[in-house]
Design a binder for this molecule. Structure first.
Ligand code: TYD
Ligand code: MG
Length: 453
């Protein structure tokens, strides 16, 4: 091996560094994720070398330029970013391959080019012809969008320095490589190096950089998780590939709140915004079927109504089978234990399948009451009126606990024509009566079950 080069093992899932190969990563507990990489000590030392010209300032001396957020006119996208694009920020858009990241960013480019922003789309995955085919599905573009097919970091840097675009899209970070690092593109050290260079470009030149990163389970390609701490904003694009809707979720945001979501629908002509997700999610809800109820969850600042379905049947095996799609399985197990202990329902000998219709993933505890009522409705084979909605957290003693933003939830339910709302008793004081919807406060699971009977 050449002088100055050492072999290091990196966990491809979390970036843990070790001098020896290990079967299990001590950092993230994943198995078989360590891959050997050759690191050039000289090149990494070069970037961290001290500079004598570094100057220190006080807070007062920092001048604020009036940074206007740049609105893309795609409202769902702007909302997740916290109100638009912050100039000079580095944004990571992660997601499974084929979920629609390239499509989303090309549509962002389209909108930005329409308001005459200089945008450069750099693709390392697709040829110019392929991008052209995609763009024809999406619509018309103005000439302020330019494209480049390149994967060499040094060349990309030169182009950016020469062309000085306002916004750069890198699709994807796993295809970019620096000649100074000998490991293959997509490895942890390459991906880190590439992200660090784009960080310098973003901060040094005030260019907004969007980085696309694929998430893979097998650890063949370094997942974007290792980059999360390096970038300003992390967005995840998720959804069931077989369903049409997609959710853009903010996981980290230095310039806004996280937990905001944007909902899109994948159509033949690209992604379309879903302005009213509740209506969209409740589409196709069966009428008069047991084991189904509508619950209300808050995502960021918006209430979203969703249908919770449960199927409970007698188990023919010693260990009952349980699955939860869209909800947390541990939570479902816990709620079933509560039903067994507090209500006397023989859940431990029942199989149970819980599903949040539409494939959406919800983790807010406020949907607990919905899960409980869906389970009971299925167990008793009694349908709940489809004009009923519920929300509330369920505690271990079977008590129904308070949740936040009650007024918004009730308003959303009323807007969509629900007539009966089952909510925690303690929340009754914090909500104003709304005409057309009956509020039923419940203190525990027993009272809630009585309401639907
Ligand atoms: P893509 O943006 O290539 O995914 P990613 O960059 O995350 O890998 O999306 C590809 C999928 O989107 C593909 O299965 C086809 C579908 N699609 C549509 O349904 N309609 C469209 O208008 C476009 C452009 C893509
Ligand atoms: Mg792509």
């Amino acid at each position: 091996m050449a002088k100055g080069k050492t072999t290091v093992y990196f966990c491809q899932s979390c970036g843990y560094e070790s001098s020896k190969w290990m079967g299990q990563c001590p950092g993230c507990r994943e198995w078989n994720t360590f891959v050997e990489e050759i690191v050039d000590k000289k090149s990494s030392a070069k970037t961290t070398g001290s500079r004598e010209t570094a100057k220190i300032v006080t807070l007062k001396q920092i001048e604020m330029s009036k940074q206007q957020r740049l609105r893309t006119q795609i409202q769902e996208f702007d909302r997740v970013l916290g109100g638009g694009i912050v100039p000079g920020s580095l944004v990571l858009v992660g997601g499974d391959p084929g979920i629609g990241k390239s499509t989303l960013l090309l549509q962002v480019c389209q909108k930005l080019s329409q308001i005459s922003r200089k945008v450069l789309y750099i693709s390392g995955e697709e040829s110019l012809q392929q991008i052209k085919i995609r763009s024809e599905r999406i619509g018309t573009f103005s000439d302020s969008l330019t494209l480049l097919c390149e994967t060499n970091l040094a060349d990309i840097k030169n182009v950016i320095q020469r062309e000085k675009p306002e916004i750069v899209i890198i699709d994807s970070i796993q295809t970019m490589y620096s000649e100074e690092i000998s490991s293959a593109p997509g490895s942890v050290s390459q991906v880190r190096e590439a992200t660090a260079s784009f960080m310098q470009i973003a901060k040094g030149m005030g260019i907004t950089v969007f980085i696309v990163g694929h998430v893979t389970k097998e650890g063949v390609v370094a997942g974007p998780r290792v980059l999360e701490h390096m970038v300003d904003t992390v967005l995840y694009f998720e959804g069931d590939r077989h369903a049409a809707y997609r959710i853009l979720r903010g996981v980290k945001n230095r310039f806004g709140s996280t937990n905001e979501i944007g909902v899109f629908e994948m159509c033949g002509d690209g992604l379309r915004e879903v302005q009213n997700p509740s209506e969209y999610m409740l589409n196709g809800k069966p009428k008069g079927a047991s084991g189904s109820i509508v619950a209300c969850s808050i995502e960021g600042t918006r209430p979203i109504l969703l249908e919770i379905q449960a199927l409970v049947c007698h188990s023919s095996f010693g260990i009952p089978r349980r699955t939860a799609a869209g909800a947390d399985l541990n939570r479902v197990n816990l709620l079933m234990a509560v039903l067994e202990k507090r209500q006397g329902l023989p859940m431990s000998s029942s199989d149970a399948y819980v599903n949040i219709a539409g494939g959406i993933r919800m983790t807010e505890p406020a949907i607990d009451l919905g899960i409980v009522l869906a389970l009971v409705s299925s167990y008793q084979d009694k349908a709940i009126s489809d004009k009923t909605i519920c929300f509330g957290e369920v505690g271990l003693s079977g008590e129904v606990r308070a949740v936040n933003m009650v007024q918004q939830r009730v308003q959303e339910a009323e807007k969509l024509g629900f007539e009966k709302c089952i909510l925690p008793k303690v929340c009754l004081d914090s909500v104003k009566e709304i005409k057309g919807i009956q509020l039923i406060g419940v203190a525990d699971v027993r009272e809630a079950i009585r309401c639907i009977g």
